[in-house]
Design a protein around this ligand. Structure first.
Ligand SMILES: C[S@@+](CC[C@H](N)C(=O)[O-])C[C@H]1O[C@@H](n2cnc3c(N)ncnc32)[C@H](O)[C@@H]1O
Length: 206
């Protein structure tokens, strides 16, 4: 975790992108999330990063609890929320244990580009399931770099071994879906958004 915190703090320190518009893939993720989110929902944005997607989604729900391990990323997200005048986001520094919600009370959890970074993905999925109410939604978009051979797959392996990149889970789509299903979710939608692929899953806690 320290490894992730240092890495993302450094990335945030180099970025001055609080006013940068969302890329195409991020826009597709936000659009898909908005089709299933409702105005009365309490939502967790896990690994919110610079908050680009958080501020797009927050106006469509009641409250967002945005949590990130990187203090510098959270600072960018807070700046972005202030700039856009989005007032229903509570920011929390840390991992999922920093979210101040009772178990089984969140209506939805967003995990955008983060599940490939956690040390123990099965344990993280169990924590996510514990925070969601029965019927609550997991909306997760994750790079599944084991799905096919690519230069990116070879490069990330080399960069991880040399510790230039932090820990990264190398999912294929079937393994990623199995991980989610094994944590007690019914998968409602699973779509490849890019050739990598970035796999968007919408799942309901059973
Ligand atoms: C690739 S960025 C994605 C940011 C944002 N969700 C997006 O898609 O634009 C990954 C983010 O996850 C955060 N992160 C990594 N591991 C984490 C953990 N265990 N708990 C909370 N945040 C974490 C990083 O600090 C970073 O901001």
């Amino acid at each position: 975790m320290g490894n992730q915190e240092q890495f993302w703090d450094k990335i945030a320190g180099k970025a001055d992108d609080t006013d940068k518009p969302l890329g195409e893939t991020a826009q597709a993720i936000v659009a898909a999330a908005k089709t299933v989110l409702k105005p009365d929902m309490t939502v967790i944005d896990y690994g919110c990063g610079w908050g680009g997607m958080t501020v797009e989604i927050a106006p469509s729900v009641r409250t967002v609890h945005a949590v990130d391990i990187s203090g510098n990323m959270l600072a960018l997200a807070k700046q972005k929320a202030a700039l856009r005048e989005v007032g229903n986001i509570a920011f929390h520094h840390g991992d999922l244990s920093a979210v101040p919600l009772e178990p089984a009370t969140a209506d939805a959890l967003l995990a955008f580009n983060v599940l490939h970074l956690v040390d123990d993905s099965a344990q993280t999925l169990a924590q996510i399931a514990a925070l969601l109410r029965p019927g609550g939604l997991l909306i997760a978009s994750t790079a599944c770099i084991r799905e096919r051979w690519s230069l990116m797959r070879i490069a990330t392996r080399a960069l991880m071994v040399t510790r230039i990149l932090p820990h990264m889970n190398r999912f294929d789509i079937a393994g990623y879906e199995r991980l989610i299903a094994n944590a007690g979710f019914e998968i409602m939608q699973s779509t490849s958004l890019t050739a990598l692929p970035d796999q968007l899953v919408v799942a309901r806690k059973t």
